[in-house]
Design a protein around this ligand. Sequence first.
Ligand code: IMP
Length: 435
Amino acid sequence: MPGLVIVGAQWGDEGKGKVVDLIAEHADAVVRFQGGNNAGHTIVRDGEVFKFHLVPSGILYPGKICAIGNGVVVDPQVLTEELDALRRRGLDIGGLKVSANAHLIMPYHLLIDHAGEAKLGEQKIGTTRRGIGPCYADKAARLGIRVQDLLDEKILKQKISAAMEPKRLSLRPFAKDPMLDLHAMTEQYRTFGARLEPHIADTAPIAWRVLERNGLVIFEGAQGTMLDIDHGTYPFVTSSNPVAGAACVGAGVGPTDIDHVWGIAKAYATRVGAGPFPTELDGALGEEIRAAGGEFGTTTGRPRRTGWLDLVALRYAVRVNGLTGLVITKLDVLTGIDPICVATRYTAPDEASFEEFPYHQSVLHKARGEYDSLAGWQEDISGARSYDDLPESARAYLDYISDFLGIPIVMIGVGPARDEIIWTGAVELPRPAAA
Ligand code: IMP
């Protein structure tokens, strides 16, 4: 059972990094398959805090194969800085591989992302302004520049020139920006190429070899299901597919290579940026959850919007991703809140009721959660290491979620530290040794 996909089941920031980090110890390779440095993973190891934007979470294990797959968009400045920071902390980064086919975020992508958001004004998406959308747009338009192009000056220059040509109009306000000088840009990217060269590889065969010998490959998703460009709350989404199916495309493996799909969800809900959020809590309770959960973006520092757990959206995520297991993170954040609500359906202003996630944008924008109310708990649960250690009402909350969704809960996060986790034993782990 070698292929395990890990995806966000909500709007991102569910704590995937910590989960991948824990399982990576027993894995042979970790492959990121989409997104870019719009993601942010925080891992606390022995009291030390590590923040990653591009590098896969397993990097803290010396020599572990950690691949940035072809589906990821790579800002080489960010990647080289992340690698430098890891080196400075004495970590072995020999296992880091970056796909030669991954697309590069270029300086003009950042400018276009900024300008696009500014132009939208009130209607803005609230992107991370890391150039993600414009980079994926160039990929689809076949104007993208790939990691392999960094190694050939002539090709690089030609491709930059061709990619900038159709953007002349939108880049006119930045005409004097030194970042956009063709020669300087080519030079700068050649320097990145020289620094990344030892890590550049054909990453798909690396995953195949591990899978062929029945090793464990973790396919690490970024963002979350509701931010998927096809299945999320379009247009308030990212420009890639954070759903499990994209692991195949973004890593270069087939569907039959995937054996398990785990979705990560917080015990409540958060969202950064604009767009529908049917269970949003605007008042003091939302603020309390934000403070207790430290809900501020890893990448942009923006306060996250907070809300009750949305089981309508989560059931949709179970289906879209084909989840075989669920990880609930940050259960400890709900301690002291009583009662705890969960949305089990939505209502629209015309009183229409929705048990399924509505596809229509206008309905979704106005939909509000209808709640079931469950008892809370007051006890500190951060010391719980087994299901039975949890207070009865915390167990009832988890059982309610699992029953509603029809999938088992695999792990429960009860605090930020590495060991503040419960393995429920409900699902056989990809490697029994992991228990
Ligand atoms: P972009 O991915 O920067 O284009 O941003 C598009 C939308 O996705 C915005 O609402 C962002 O806030 C959101 N987004 C992108 N990456 C993340 C993430 O890692 N966590 C949460 N939201 C994200």
